[in-house]
Design a protein around this ligand. Structure first.
Ligand code: CTP
Ligand code: CA
Length: 223
């Protein structure tokens, strides 16, 4: 084991980041999920280690290894919820970049669901826990909480509401109505909302550049 003292503006800081889209089982072979690729979460993890942070990435997929990042693989929202609450306890920052399924099937079938010819299938869904809102409720004065919001309309208005309702310190609003930004793209166009600052607009840029801007803001807030 090689022990190395980290240097950088986030040295000694623990940052918990979520990435990817959660998966909700319907039966042993099928699940409900969304179009999130996890790229933004991985870019944030990369930007955080560049500043010397101890990074825990709670993710639904293992895209690639980032030196210095501890990966916690999860699948469902409830798995992610449990992992995040556990890791956040002694963390300085939480960043919720995952696309969390708002609903899950009321129960996952034990056996593969068989089709019945000519009949429709109705699946009843129930609401999942809101990880970001719960972290927001639990945070202490010293902990920073950052959320994301993917919207297709009224982007700033909806994002501002999420910032307040989830008790976050920062919320990154993402307009996913346009092509070549957002889901599964290399680039993104965001507005960063903070409680105590004017919104900052970042025009279409690679996700790693956006991640570095977000991490720079976080480092300033922690200083
Ligand atoms: N989020 C979460 N847990 C959920 C739903 C969302 O932690 N069950 C987090 C996301 O990771 C993101 C933020 O909350 O950081 C906003 O997610 P979003 O889906 O935009 O907002 P919702 O509150 O789910 O509202 P809606 O989908 O209706 O717009
Ligand atoms: Ca949602």
């Amino acid at each position: 084991i090689r022990l190395q003292a980290r240097i950088g503006r986030l040295a000694g800081r623990k940052i918990v980041i979520t990435a990817g889209g959660t998966r909700e089982a319907l039966d042993p072979v099928r699940y409900l999920t969304n179009r999130s690729s996890g790229k933004m979460g991985f870019a944030l993890a990369q930007a955080a280690v560049e500043l010397g942070a101890d990074v825990v990435l709670v993710t639904t997929n293992s895209r690639y290894k980032i030196y210095g990042v501890r990966e916690v693989l999860v699948s469902s929202t409830r798995d992610m919820h449990a992992a995040v609450l556990h890791e956040f306890d002694n963390a300085d920052v939480f960043i919720g970049a995952a696309a969390v399924s708002d609903y899950r099937p009321v129960e996952a079938a034990k056996d593969k669901i068989k089709k019945k010819s000519g009949e429709n299938l109705t699946i009843k869904l129930m609401q999942n826990p809101d990880i970001l809102a719960e972290v927001g409720r639990h945070k202490t004065m010293k902990q920073l909480v950052v959320g994301f919001a993917a919207e297709t309309q009224n982007v700033l208005e909806y994002a501002r509401k999420k910032l307040i309702q989830k008790n976050a310190d920062m919320l990154v609003a993402n307009d996913v109505s346009t092509t070549n930004s957002g889901f599964d793209s290399e680039n993104n166009r965001v507005t960063i909302l903070s409680r105590d600052e004017d919104p900052e607009i970042i025009s279409l840029s690679p996700k790693i550049a956006i991640a570095r801007s977000i991490m720079d803001k976080i480092a300033k807030k922690l200083a």
